[in-house]
Design a protein around this ligand. Structure first.
Ligand code: SF4
Length: 423
């Protein structure tokens, strides 16, 4: 099926997506100095609050979790738009010093220490309550087979204690919870890791190992996570650990996160998706969203048509055996043809799975992620990754965003017709 497009900007181009330069942090705020000086002892669950002294919480005793996970676990009250729960319990390591990296799109980045203590920072659009690890494990162990969680994910950050504490958290979990019942993923931090760390986590029962490449090209990686923002990460080190994970964890048990819309072309990101599939792994996509307080919060979210094209094409490569070489791209690297017969493509669009959140699988189906991250990459009013099966109204909207609705409803027309229809 061909996808005709109007002559309007419909992508986050490379020149536009330049992060701000981080400013230096005053010494009195560096390395969690405020939290350490106040030395407030934590008492149970801490709900992020920038108006009180942040308690000095530290992994492995404490971990943070997304608002969605905290609601699902029952330690926080709240409702989620059109979602009953999340299926992934993400446990984020936490320290007063926070993450020592400075990734430009990330709410946890080091440059924020002047403004906000680590445990109070927003991350993928939400607050992350801090919870005693033992309490989180107690609740999941108590719920047993009735637990709503299909997977647990330990999310590492860049900190000297992150490797050792990941091992401790994994051990504490598997001591009480059979990893066959609720498998464990590791969202790794390659900068501080060696191959032995990967082997140790596998030996202790971790099921899937992922690397957050986030940027789709080496140049964008350096601009958003490396020297461009005074951050310690390198593309090569990330790939070294990804290759170690491929050997240690094996096919279908490793993957990479990629953020779409940080200045790469659609061809760039889909070539990376293909490379991961050819290696035997998976890609987990996020739609770029300007996280408040990050070095990219002045930049636009990924236009929905760019995002939808990449989402659909990635699904075809990951689950339907289509190869990037079967697809056609225009002069700007945008998908112009998905390389699949029209009827088949229609069916896949209507099924809606391609537009759901991507991530490590849960218990429903191989192509349905446990990690549904409700509204982690968009507001509920303009959903990028659907944390549930899109309904018919959602599919109609998705078709409009893909700009292929008109062809189906009206038959072949002209580009001008498409522009006029968009309204
Ligand atoms: S390493 Fe991860 S947590 Fe730390 S700033 Fe980068 S993206 Fe954020």
């Amino acid at each position: 099926m061909s996808c005709r497009r109007p002559e309007v900007p419909d992508r986050n181009a490379h020149g536009l997506m330049q992060p701000r330069i981080p400013i230096a942090t005053p010494k009195a705020a560096r390395n969690g100095a405020r939290v350490k000086a106040n030395a407030v002892a934590p008492e149970g669950v801490y709900l992020p609050n920038n108006n009180v002294f942040t308690p000095a919480m530290r992994s492995p005793g404490y971990v943070q979790m997304s608002t969605a996970a905290a609601i699902t676990l029952g330690i926080m009250k709240g409702m989620m738009h059109r979602c009953e729960c999340t299926r992934c319990l993400n446990l984020l390591l936490t320290y007063p010093e926070g993450c020592r990296a400075n990734c430009a799109y990330c709410g946890l980045a080091r440059h924020r220490e002047a403004e906000r203590d680590y445990a109070d920072r927003n991350f993928i659009r939400v607050d992350w309550p801090a919870v005693p690890l033992a309490q989180a494990i107690d609740i999941v162990a108590r719920d047993g087979a009735k637990s709503p969680f299909h997977r647990m994910c330990i999310s590492m950050i860049t900190h000297p204690k992150s490797d050792a504490d990941t091992v401790t958290v994994l051990r504490a979990w598997t001591d009480r919870i059979d990893p066959k019942t609720i498998p464990v993923s590791i969202l790794s931090n390659p900068t501080t890791m060696e191959r032995e760390d990967v082997e140790r986590l596998h030996g202790l029962g971790a099921d899937i190992f992922t690397v957050a490449l986030d940027a789709a090209t080496p140049e964008l990686f350096d601009r958003t996570r490396g020297k461009g923002v005074q951050s310690p990460h390198s593309w090569k080190k990330y790939w070294d650990i990804l290759m170690d994970a491929r050997e240690v964890f094996g096919p279908r048990k490793f993957g990479a996160h990629i953020i779409v819309g940080m200045g790469e072309t659609e061809h760039d990101v889909l070539s990376l998706v293909q490379r991961l599939v050819d290696l035997g792994g998976h890609s987990h996509l996020f739609c770029f969203f300007p996280e408040k307080g990050s070095l990219m919060d002045h930049l636009p979210a990924t236009p929905r048509d760019q995002w939808r094209r990449v989402q659909l094409a990635r699904y075809l490569i990951d689950y339907r055996g289509v190869r990037v070489e079967h697809m056609k791209f225009d002069g700007e690297g945008r998908v112009a043809d998905y390389g699949l017969a029209s009827a088949e493509l229609e069916e896949i669009i209507d099924a809606g799975t391609a537009f759901r959140t991507s991530g490590c699988p849960g218990k429903f189906a191989d192509d349905v992620s446990a990690c549904d991250r409700p509204y982690g990459d968009s507001p509920p009013s303009d959903i990028a990754s659907f944390p549930f099966a899109p309904n018919r109204g959602d599919i109609r909207k998705i078709r409009k965003q893909l700009r292929i609705v008109e062809e189906r409803q009206r038959g072949p027309g002209t580009d001008t017709d498409v522009v006029e229809q968009r309204g």
